[in-house]
Design a binder for this molecule. Structure first.
Ligand code: 6PG
Length: 238
């Protein structure tokens, strides 16, 4: 587990964006293409804006989503909308290759369709555990969820699936969702968490000091992950 602590949210966004750019460039140098899974929620927005200001071989990068709320793409709660506003529409005409989860279908249909797209993306002939992505970006919820993998939810047992429908706990603005599974997210060369703000200090400390447990889903993806955090979230941790 690697922890990168930045003085504040702005330096976190710049640092994470620079690291994403470097990873994409090296993936393209090595394999001719890069595949990046975007996180939803609010934290990544500043990082996506910083990334949009960088020079990148956009045409050689395929963008995916770690989860989506089952709403139309124009809905304020849509993760695709957040990525569009903070990254894609800031580069008009760039040849983006964006694979969104269709929020207008039923969660089950959308999950099966997205899984089918991912399985088609699999390079033919590669063994079933070969990396599917170069990078999966993840956030951290106050209850320890990540993507839309919520505490003690049945979707934590992937059962061979790469994408599953889930119902977020009461209190979430949009409860019907689709999420990549733990098994699918582990098919990434890199897993990076972006965590910012004093409100995440307690949950970050719990996740970083806990063994893998379904009650804190982020712990199921923490092993080998890199954490990009600001000082407010890190507290006194070095
Ligand atoms: C989502 C995200 C979710 C998010 C966390 C943190 O669709 O809600 O995938 O996992 O990353 O809830 O959200 P904030 O960054 O807004 O705190």
């Amino acid at each position: 587990m690697t922890l990168r602590i930045f003085p504040d949210d702005r330096s976190l966004a710049r640092g994470a964006a620079g690291a994403i750019r470097d990873l994409i460039v090296s993936a393209i140098d090595a394999r001719g293409v890069s595949r990046v899974v975007l996180a939803g929620g609010g934290t990544p927005a500043a990082t996506y804006r910083a990334l949009s200001g960088m020079k990148l071989p956009w045409e050689k990068t395929a963008w995916y989503f770690g989860d989506e709320r089952m709403v139309p793409a124009a809905h304020p709660e849509s993760n695709a909308r957040m990525a569009r506003e903070n990254l894609f529409q800031r580069l008009p005409g760039a040849p983006f290759r964006i694979h969104t989860i269709d929020g207008t279908r039923t969660p089950g249909e959308a999950a099966r369709a997205y899984e089918g797209l991912l399985r088609q993306a699999r390079t033919p002939g590669t063994e079933h555990r070969a990396p599917l992505f170069d990078l999966v970006l993840l956030g951290l919820g106050a209850d320890g969820h990540t993507a839309s993998l919520f505490p003690d939810d049945g979707a934590l047992d992937s059962n061979g699936r790469w994408a599953l429908p889930v119902l977020a706990p009461p209190g979430h603005a949009v409860r019907e969702r689709v999420t990549l599974t733990v098994e699918c997210i582990h098919l990434s060369r890199e897993r990076w968490f972006l965590v910012s703000g004093g409100g995440k200090r307690e949950i970050l400390a719990r996740v970083l000091t806990s063994n893998p447990t379904p009650s804190l889903p982020a712990t199921l993806l923490a092993d080998g992950a890199t954490w990009f955090v600001d000082r407010a979230a890190a507290g006194s941790r070095e």
